[in-house]
Design a protein around this ligand. Sequence first.
Ligand code: IPM
Ligand code: MN
Length: 369
Amino acid sequence: MKLKITVLPGDGVGPEVTREAVRVLRTVAEVYGHDFSFDEQLFGGAAIARTGSPLPAPTLDACLAGDAVLLGAVGAPEFDGLAGGLRPEAGLLTLRSACGAFANLRPVVCHEATADSSPLKTEVVAGADLLIVRELLGGLYFGEPRGTSREGEPREAFNTMRYTEVEVERVARVAFEAAEGRRRKVTSVDKANVLETSRLWREVVTRVARDYPGVTLEHAYVDSCAMHLMQNPRRFDVLLTENLFGDILSDEAAVIAGSLGMLASASVGGRVDMYEPVHGSAPDIAGDGVANPLGAIASAALLLRHTARLEREAQDVEASIRAVLERGYRTADIQGLEGRCIVGTGEMGTLVAESVAELADMRHAYHAV
Ligand code: IPM
Ligand code: MN
């Protein structure tokens, strides 16, 4: 299998965690005989510092010419004062829309080994396994008109939440199809008691559900869903929601996995798929070598599954993450109770890569006899 991956390390801890994800992908290529090439490009604050733009033209061109984008994180405090369109985050939004990646998949799994690193009770989080399907190209993030009025005092700022039926339908189908391969339940999250966009959302999702008779659909209001996620996360299978609700609920759901550093994401549905950990650039720990690379590595596993269609390899990476955690290795953010071996970013990545190589060896040995 030949794959051209555009790597955008970005800001803060982005370069550190991305390096480990690339390390694991290189190991996969080596032990399974694939040909992966990595094209590293400037992005985010790092690109602003060098070129003035968070998404320079050569970076965008490289992303659109490759098979997949592997991204670290964007955002840096020194650019917080810039106008909206010039910030590192604007580069990410432009890239998502240029790639056409309208469905953002964010799996949230509470691994048995790390259940005690969640501040929630172990009996609440143990066994939780859900998939957030977040609409990624609509809603308040992209809706026009938007802006800050120049005339008059006090000033006024505004954003617009809008959704077309087509936008709702296409992301709903992604959620139902994902549910068919899981526990066959979709919870569609909205605020239909207040918002027109949510009432349209609910109508369209209900209609789409008829095409998936094997999947149960329930509707939930976003406020109540936020509470149920903490109270009983095991009741959720696939959680389908609009852009901003999904952004907020996925950070909340990270508490179930023990740390935001654990969460991976895949942004799919367009010309080129993008893979990035859910966490941000974490400038407070950037460069210290302590960031958790497992979210980035799990994103690489999603790349193997969705873009490369290498399910066996994806499962090997995920099994390796679990194996390393079961052996007691932890980064600082998932310490949990006593008796753990705390390792840095590079060591964690190396452990996962070694485990991938071991699993492949076992498979080869098995097939040799
Ligand atoms: C995320 C991030 C981004 C978002 C930011 C960095 C623009 O928080 O991927 O969840 O809001 O989508
Ligand atoms: Mn977010």
